[in-house]
Write a protein that binds this ligand. Structure first.
Ligand code: UD1
Ligand code: CA
Length: 437
């Protein structure tokens, strides 16, 4: 139990100029999830934070739509124009009047931070009865980050930005991660007092350290040792590197839990996918979103599982198969070249090569469900036009287009009758050679 309640402020108003993009930085994605989503999920997972404030500005409407659609405990606050990180937090001050608790402030561009680290950080602040705690890390290459400046007694005095730093300050390797825990009652007055007399002409959030030191408040730094978690994203190169780090971490975790991954360098699995023991993941598999995959399955090579798949045990998802929002029960095969979307497949179903669940009507924009019950099978190149149900043990002939429900144990065929015209080729050849002579 903490001594006080906790709220968060996530800074997401900046343009992210270095991304060279029309999309705001915090909406760039890793495994289809925006960077901002990673931060808010980590904060919510701590169980300490009951309310989040997201500071929006650049392309505010887009960021707000994402937040409102996914986080019922988050409220967006507009910062217009964007005058710096200190100004951003100042915009939340009216919403936190009389709040007597802790506020954690997080930059919106640190997607790899974990709930566990945030939790330990808040607990450290609480145990120390601190007024202000800054998360820091030791970087061999501290360039672009703000430096943690200490006096000769090692007392934490200030954060100096790279652009404002003297040569001896630039040599400091302890950097500001961009995550702060603030005892709101004693520190919130700092925001109105910030000045923009610095190299960037911005109101720096980091200047609250100097302010708190001047007020003789208890200011701490919490040095974390897992530097990968605090990797900040300012460019598309860094976005790709963060995605790689997250993927590596996820694959190692899955292998440690008993999943077989043949080629980690060509395998991409989102962190929100769980996979059972002895499931074999073959090369070039790409899995995004939230999925559950059972034991002893065989996935790939070249399979794409997009989101919302719930796959049982002993299931085969083969070459060039795409699966989206579908439930697939035990012992079912979807072996090659098929698309299974918005579907429910029972146990012991066999999906023939090139079966397509036609789930989307582009005119009405409605998506519909395909249900395939236990033991049913589809022949190669069949198209199931949803909504449609294929009942137990029914069989769909190859090349059929299914527009109605099919009853159990029956065969469904939609196929023009086969015509065989004997000697047709022979006559053609004779005709041609006769013409030439
Ligand atoms: C900031 C810190 C720096 C730290 C680094 C860690 C300051 C002054 N500096 O620098 O000490 O080492 O993060 O990554 O805080 N934002 C707003 N409104 C604004 C400006 C920015 O909401 O007016 C948001 C951005 O969207 C972003 C976050 O604040 O999510 C950080 O902004 P950014 O410009 O990336 O700060 P840095 O220069 O990296
Ligand atoms: Ca940054």
């Amino acid at each position: 139990m903490l001594n006080k309640k906790v709220k968060s402020i996530v800074l997401a108003a900046g343009k992210g100029t270095r991304m060279k993009s029309e999309l705001p930085k915090v909406l760039h994605s890793i495994f289809n999830k925006p960077l901002l989503g990673y931060i808010l999920d980590a904060v919510n997972k701590t169980d300490y934070v009951d309310e989040n404030f997201v500071i929006v500005g650049h392309e505010a409407e887009k960021v707000e739509n994402f937040v409102n659609a996914n986080y019922s405990n988050a409220k967006c606050i507009l910062q217009m124009p964007q005058l710096g990180t200190g100004d951003a937090v100042n915009k939340a001050v009216p919403y936190l009047k009389n709040f007597d608790g802790y506020v954690i402030v997080l930059n919106g561009d640190i997607p790899l931070i974990t709930a566990e680290t945030i939790k330990n950080f808040i607990e450290f602040h609480d145990n120390n009865h601190a007024d202000l705690t800054v998360m820091s890390a030791i970087f061999e290459n501290p360039k672009t980050y703000g430096r943690i400046i200490r006096d000769k007694n090692n007392k934490f005095m200030a954060i100096i930005e790279e652009k404002d730093a003297l040569p001896e300050q630039k040599a400091v390797k302890e950097i500001n991660v961009g995550i702060y825990c603030i005892n709101w009652k004693t520190v919130s007055d700092a925001f109105a007092s910030l000045k923009s007399d610095n190299a960037q002409g911005e109101y720096y959030l980091t200047d609250i350290v100097k302010w708190a030191v001047n007020q003789n408040l208890n200011v701490q730094s919490y040095i974390i040792d897992n530097n990968e978690e605090v990797y900040g994203i300012n460019s598309k190169v860094q976005l790709a590197q963060a995605a790689k780090l997250l993927n590596q971490k996820t694959l190692i975790h899955l292998m440690e839990e008993g999943v077989i991954i043949v080629d980690p360098s060509s395998t991409f699995i989102s962190p929100e996918t769980t996979i059972g023991t002895d499931t074999l993941i073959l090369p070039n598999v790409y899995i995004t979103g939230k999925n559950t995959i059972g034991k002893n399955c065989k996935i790939g090579p070249f399979a794409h599982i997009r989101d919302g798949a719930v796959i049982g045990n002993n299931v085969r998802i083969g070459n060039y198969v795409e699966i989206k929002k579908s439930v697939i029960k035990d012992n079912t095969n979807v072996s090659h070249l098929s698309y299974i979307g918005d579907s429910e497949l029972g146990a012991h179903v066999n999906i023939g090569a090139g079966t397509i669940t036609a789930n989307y009507d582009p005119i009405s924009k409605v998506k519909s469900k395909t249900i395939i019950k236990d033991g049913a099978n589809t022949g190669s190149n069949s198209v199931l036009i949803a909504p449609v149900t294929i009942n137990e043990k029914a069989s769909i002939a190859a090349g059929s287009v299914i527009t109605k429900d099919i009853e159990a144990y029956s065969l469904a065929v939609t196929r023009p009758p086969l015509r065989i015209i004997s000697d047709w080729v022979k006559r053609k050849i004779e005709q041609l050679s006769g013409g030439i002579k």
